[in-house]
Design a protein around this ligand. Structure first.
Ligand code: ADP
Length: 628
């Protein structure tokens, strides 16, 4: 055989961990190898639907497991798609790219369990029970088979081999027993049968073994003979077709981690059956964590689609609206034809009915979760809430019926997540509006001058910290008859009519002073005026018109932004000592008043988290005023 090659560093670490594993569920190696075999057969089967050269029928696919006690060997053979030489090398010489995970605390034994439990350890788990592994494979369409061989961390060797049938055969040479551990058991047919039943019973392809039994010899008394017959070990009944009462929580969870590549437990499974307009079984899961690419452009949503138990599409996107794209699972319907193409499927009436049905079901289940298990719902919302908001925004609110009751925002009461219904239910009837404030973080919003007043008046405020939040508020516009009002907007005025009238008079009286300040500020502000909305703070900025300060930030951060500008008014606390000072300057020193206007405006921008256009100019100006 060719010379030994080294594993990539990451792979070697994982391999070391497998070899020295103290993991108690070593038996999962078989599940991993069987599920790889099943995936490989799925791939060839899919190809056969469009490639007439593949003569295999669905029933021809099978996994064969053989035991050889004398050699201490188990072989697992499949007639799936096989691996080419380079695939053998990249797939088995490098740790599964899919998982690229970090070894956080290397070399700590207790971490074994965590990593193995969380991550589909895949092929390398074979090394938990084997001292040597040989993989022989012939890829569909190729004429030469290749062999990969390894005794563990020292590396692997590759060579051509004589395998003539398409597929992969893996031979495991089982470790010798140690004082603590009995590896012999993996060479027992009953053990292997038990493991297959436990983890791989629902695999769609038959898993067959040469089963050894003995029977009475006919016609002869007390004479027994040994014989071997091929036996299919798995029931092949898919989990979703079993009766719910025969399925344990663990079954659901195992099925989830085996099929959907998420090694965290799902928050909830939804298993149901519909008969009528459309007839189908569905097994859906709500994951706890968003996959890393969930909010990326390349994320592919979709459910597995089966037609009477046969997988016809791995990710059918049309079954899920984008905002429920986090749902994993499958749908199995008798109403769909086996050979339906993707294009036709999109227009399939049956599929549309099923999709509409599924959307309703997911919404109902989420509503139920919100009612019955708040903690889990909040976990869910932290992972996927943003997607729900984008869903509303992208469809201009046409789907508000589905989504508005599922939304949550952090509220000023206890800084906890609340739904809009909860907000409205507990605010007084007198309160006409839903008040919200926008900012990067809850703390920053808390420091906004306007927040002070709203809280002082006893209003609950929703903190909108995601850029999309404010767009959602604008699109919804109202909820249960209460209008959304941004406390940094000009509409936010919770004073009495008397107070308003007084303020108007005050602003009229000082009109000329404000004109002078406005002139000093030029295009920067639409208005300068006194306000009674502030308590401690001297100034704030208020947006006039449709574009708020936060929206301006978001819009300008987008590629191709056109430099959108919110119309800003500078408001000055009428009760702050600075008010008197300004009046004094207007009477005696108009030049300094102009400088004060600049400085106050800059302060207000800082409070809002807006950039200062010319910081050096500003600091010079401040110093000038300071030394005066
Ligand atoms: P994972 O299955 O999570 O990707 P594995 O380490 O189990 O990780 O397998 C790595 C890759 O090797 C698989 O993704 C697949 O492409 C390939 N592979 C493994 N076993 C087989 C097999 N029996 N037939 C064909 N390809 C296989």
């Amino acid at each position: 055989m060719a010379k030994t090659k080294q594993f990539k560093a990451e792979s070697k670490k994982l391999l070391d961990m497998m070899i020295n594993s103290i993991y108690t569920h070593k038996e999962i190696f078989l599940r991993e190898l069987i599920s790889n075999a099943s995936d490989a057969m799925d791939k060839l089967y899919f190809m056969s639907l469009t490639d007439d050269n593949i003569k295999l029928n669905r029933d021809d696919f099978r996994i064969k497991i053989e035991l050889d006690k004398a050699q201490r060997a188990i072989t697992i053979a499949d007639n799936g798609i096989g691996m080419s030489e380079s695939e053998l090398e990249t797939n088995l010489g490098t740790i599964a790219k899919s998982g690229s995970f970090n070894f956080k605390q290397e070399n700590e034994k207790q971490d074994d369990i965590d990593i193995i439990g969380q991550f589909g350890v895949g092929f390398y788990s074979a090394f938990m029970v084997s001292k040597k592994v040989i993989v022989e494979s012939l890829k569909y369409g190729e004429s030469t088979a290749h062999c990969w061989e390894s005794e563990g961390a020292d590396g692997y060797r590759m060579a051509d081999c004589g395998k003539t049938d398409v597929g992969t055969k893996i031979t495991l040479y089982i470790k010798d027993n140690t004082d603590e551990e009995n590896f012999d058991e993996y060479l027992e047919q009953y053990t292997i049968q038990r493991i297959i039943k436990k983890y791989s019973d629902f695999i769609r392809y038959p898993i067959v073994m040469d089963w050894q039994s003995s029977r009475k010899v006919e016609g002869e008394e007390n004479k027994w003979e040994d014989y071997v017959e091929e036996k299919t070990v798995n029931s092949m009944i898919p989990l979703w077709k079993k009766d719910k009462k025969d399925i344990s929580k663990e079954d659901y969870e195992n099925f989830y981690s085996d099929n959907f590549h998420d090694y965290n437990k799902p928050i909830k499974e939804i298993h149901y059956k519909v008969e009528g307009n459309a007839t189908y079984n569905a097994l859906l899961y709500i994951p706890e964590n968003a996959p890393r690419d969930y909010y990326g452009r390349d994320f592919e949503k979709g459910l597995q689609l089966y037609s009477s138990g046969v997988l016809i599409m791995d990710k059918c996107a049309d079954l899920l609206p984008d905002y429920f794209g986090f749902v994993k699972g499958l749908v199995d319907s008798e109403d769909l034809s086996l050979n339906i193409s993707r294009e036709l499927l999109q227009h399939d009436r049956q599929l549309k009915i099923i999709a509409a049905n599924i959307e309703k079901k997911i919404k109902n289940e989420l509503t139920k979760l919100l009612k019955e298990n708040r903690e889990d719902y909040e976990k869910f919302f932290k992972s996927f809430g943003l997607g729900l908001k984008f869903g509303l925004y992208n469809a201009f609110g046409t789907n508000r019926d589905v989504l508005e009751d599922l939304l949550m925002f952090v509220s000023s009461n206890e800084k906890k997540l609340v739904t809009l219904a909860e907000y409205v239910d507990r605010c007084s009837e007198m309160q006409e509006n839903i008040y919200y404030a926008c900012g990067e973080t809850v703390d920053k919003i808390d420091m906004l001058p306007q927040t002070e007043l709203a809280k002082e008046k006893g209003f609950e405020i929703l903190y909108m910290t995601e850029p999309v939040d404010e767009f959602v508020a604008q699109i919804l516009s109202e909820y249960k008859g209460k209008k959304f009002v941004n406390i940094s907007g000009e509409d936010f005025d919770i004073s009495t009519e008397d107070e308003k009238a007084q303020l108007n008079t005050l602003n009229e009286e000082n009109k000329e002073m404000f004109d002078a300040m406005k002139e000093a500020l030029g295009e920067k502000t639409a208005d300068v005026r006194f306000t009674h909305k502030l308590r401690k703070h001297p100034v704030c900025l208020v947006s006039e018109g449709d574009i708020s300060i936060e929206m301006q930030k978001v819009l300008n951060s987008l590629p191709n932004s056109q430099g959108v500008k919110a119309q800003l008014a500078l408001e000055i606390n009428k009760d702050h000592p600075i008010a008197e000072k300004l009046k004094d300057l207007y009477a005696n020193d108009k030049e300094t008043l102009a400088k004060y206007a600049e400085i106050l405006y800059a302060q207000a921008r800082l409070i809002e988290g807006l950039p200062i256009e010319n910081p050096t100019e500003l600091t010079d100006l401040i110093c000038e005023v300071m030394v005066k």
